[in-house]
Design a protein around this ligand. Structure first.
Ligand code: FNR
Length: 365
């Protein structure tokens, strides 16, 4: 029988109830710049579980303090962060959602103000900090980027250990899925792409060297999550910089094989973010689906793929799964617009049988 968007997805010991996943989306909503989850995160993530999402992924959650994009980001660099996330996880789980955490390090794109405060580089007198990257080249902001330091080899090992510790705490908090954020021009993508990686040691130069840190982190996260729980990796399939040496879909296909060997179960396929010169061909419906499809069709590994970008309707999400183009429909902004997108999709597709409307809400459905 053909799978549809309401077919469960089984990965290792985890059963995801349907193919709708809420994409990681920064909320910039911690109090006191301490990285601890608040009521906002509980209500925000909890509402999507109530709304029927199969997977509910947290925003980019920093494994190190200097890896936050803004001081208002979530963190997982201490046990206190784990304990603040545990009730969020419990609520999502109790409403049938599979809780996932995106483990992240912003690299040279750290130390910024929130989007609604301008999204500008955060200056030292405002609490800004020195960022780290594979090479000491700041992100080409319009004005005054934060100083960017090159990570030395021993510091790279520390970053790997930060991801490992983040995964261990995530598991302790009850997360079923850990997603490694290796996309959008943040630290791990900065290693992958020759645009930002100018190293000549074991972490730069060849494909094997540029991808080393992502493989090491995926292995570490797999070890901490254990054999039973899924590990996802989000990548940017292309830098959209065809005019220069950059990261592209051919390398992404190769990387998918390596990450599968390293223990990844699903590649979450996004794109872009490494450089403001990027020439994105289109940002319309399903605009990144063709990259997910290529990874799915061309990679030797039997790895699942998720597609994200411009999914806004029930029919669209359903068609992606029915036509076997991806395994998971990962939805960002539509979920901000409609926390109950999967419940509404079930009604639209005549699949009310496939979802559990909470008893408290049934008179409204
Ligand atoms: C994002 N996005 C994002 N991506 C990611 O990997 N980690 C993150 O923390 C964030 N944060 C974030 C915040 C907000 C407010 C938005 C709108 C987006 C990107 C997001 O996950 C998704 O990939 C894109 O929004 C494209 O999908 P949609 O929105 O077209 O479904």
């Amino acid at each position: 029988m053909t799978d549809d968007v309401f077919s469960p997805l089984e990965i290792r010991e985890t059963t995801i109830r349907n193919r709708f996943a809420m994409s990681p989306m920064c909320q910039y909503s911690v109090d006191d710049r301490d990285g601890l989850a608040t009521d906002w995160h509980r209500v925000h993530l909890g509402s999507r579980a109530v709304g029927g999402a199969g997977v509910v992924l947290t925003e980019a959650t920093a494994v190190e303090k200097r890896g936050r994009i803004t001081p208002e980001d979530l963190g997982i660099w201490s046990d206190a962060h784990r304990d603040a996330l545990a009730p969020v996880v419990e609520f999502v789980d109790s409403h049938g959602g599979t809780p996932g955490i995106q483990l992240a390090h912003a690299g040279r794109k750290a130390s910024k103000t929130r989007p609604w405060d301008g999204g500008e580089p955060l200056q030292p007198d405002e609490g800004g900090w020195e960022t780290v990257a594979p090479s000491a080249v700041p992100y080409p902001y319009d004005d005054e980027p934060p100083a960017t330091a090159k990570l030395e080899a021993d510091e790279i090992a520390d970053v790997v250990e930060s991801f490992r510790a983040g995964a261990r705490r995530a598991r302790e908090a009850g997360f079923e899925i850990a997603e490694v954020h290796a996309a959008h021009g943040y630290l791990l993508h900065e290693f992958l792409s020759p645009v930002t990686n100018r190293r000549d040691d074991a972490y730069g130069g060849s494909f094997r060297n540029r991808t080393r840190i992502v493989r090491e982190i995926t292995e570490a996260v797999r070890e901490e999550m254990g054999a039973d729980r899924p590990v996802f990796v989000r990548i940017s399939a292309t830098d959209w910089l065809d005019d220069r040496a950059s990261w592209d879909i051919e390398q992404s296909v190769r990387l998918a094989d390596d990450l599968s060997d390293a223990g990844a179960d699903l590649i979450d396929v996004s794109s872009g973010g490494i450089n403001p010169d990027q020439a994105i061909e289109s940002v319309g419906p399903n605009y990144q689906l063709r990259f997910a499809e290529r990874i799915r069709n061309e990679s030797d590994a039997d790895v699942n793929v998720g597609t994200v970008g411009g999914i806004t309707t029930a029919q669209q999400a359903d068609a992606i799964i029915r036509n076997d183009r991806a395994d998971l429909a990962i939805v960002g902004r539509k979920f901000l617009d409609d926390p109950y997108f999967p419940l509404h999709a079930a009604r639209e597709l005549g699949r009310e049988d496939a979802v559990d409307v909470p008893v408290q809400y049934q008179r409204g459905f």
